[in-house]
Design a protein around this ligand. Sequence first.
Ligand SMILES: O=C([O-])CC(=O)C(=O)O
Ligand SMILES: [Mg+2]
Length: 231
Amino acid sequence: MSIVVRDPRRADRATVDAFAEFGVATVHEAQARTGLLDPALRPVWSGAHIAGTAVTVSVPPADNWMIHVAVEQCRDGDVLVVAPTSPSEAGYFGDLIATAVAARGVRGLVIDAGCRDVADLKRMGFPVWARHISAFGTVKETLGDVNTPIVCAGQRIAPGDVIVADDDGVVVVPRLEATAVLAASRVREEREAALRKRYASGELGLDINDMRERLARKGLTYVDREPTDDH
Ligand SMILES: O=C([O-])CC(=O)C(=O)O
Ligand SMILES: [Mg+2]
């Protein structure tokens, strides 16, 4: 059976929007180094940074019918997340579908398959993270599911989960953990801001992190150059 779940519960909007302050690396670390999608998913143009709520789509290989079905379920602040049921390099998505979802306020696409019309997507400023760039066309023959939990690039993603994506990649935050992970991201960012000042003033990670004693215990030995060594 193929199903479309209408209007799934989404993470709280203010919480989702606040995630846009934080990079993927920060969010990933803040949730104990979990949630990162396979880094083989790359932005098709660089410089985008988005946070939004997942609308999930499970699609057959080289068939983008369910993406058209999913567009109707998208709302302002969503991110479309598409996973094929078996690997596919086909170009499921391009500037036409991007135009349709952008008109609904969708913030970007994450797809564990191919995407095309990259120059147009860049011109439009519509962000996409994809495993492949491919002009290979798709058909509209076989059903799939919209807004059911999927596995996309190695991570379970449920509809309404938070997706954060930037030049480093894509991370998912489960909807019910969003508030806690946002707070942990803030703490981490404040800690990094303080560290950044210390590094800028010339302090070394060796001292800031008390690494010297541990390095010595591991056997690291410093050797002064021999006086006769004139290389
Ligand atoms: O139409 C398609 O199948 C995908 C595409 O190229 C577009 O959305 O522009
Ligand atoms: Mg096209």
